[in-house]
Design a protein. Sequence first.
Length: 254
Amino acid sequence: MSFIAVIPARAASTRLPGKPLLDLCGKPMVVRTAEQAAQSDAVQVVVATDAPAISDAVQAHGFTALLTRADHATGTDRLAEVVTQLGLNDEAIVVNVQGDEPLIDPALINAVAACLKASPEAAIATCATPINDSETLFNPNAVKVVCTHDSKALYFSRAPIPWARDALADGQRRLAPGIPALHHIGLYAYKVSFLKQFPGLPVGPLETFESLEQLRALENGYAITVLITDGYPAAGVDTQADLDRVRGIFANRL
């Protein structure tokens, strides 16, 4: 099986300005992410960015960079431009690796790509892991997903789903024993045919209210298959505390 790993890297970041180029022990974060992606089975790793400075840094470290428009509303829109630039055929698979995931497991990238390859009826594959604490279940920043018996996504939400009616009847926030609650992990594999259509799909009310772009696929009738993993992958970098933690990890590797 072959696939391409694409790393969208925007220059703008509200919490960590210039995040893709922040230093991680001698290399920019986006380059560290590209190095992890290159350890997967991807036949090519491409960084898609709207900033010449990011493109220059990526190419200086031997990776391919493509300059894309700066007005893309989502990372998926940026991927749609990339597959057009690369001239990929409709059946090709692209894995979207977030540029702030310098500790991403290459095996997980492979697994999500393989999951999509094994699901010809799906346009997208993603992954999730069982929730084992109530704090995560009720945290709106932790996206949840509910699935069919054959692991197709029914819905993604920031709300605690599924809702354990009886266990939560007293108003207490708890994790009901045995509840099939899943924390969505934001790693995606796409069929190129879907990416080419994505920018033209109407934005529906579910995506608007939840602020979750994967709901656009569901609202427009596309299937998303979900790989259930055993545990949480290494966390990405969203805050200064995250950056300090990841810098410590890389420092210990040197």
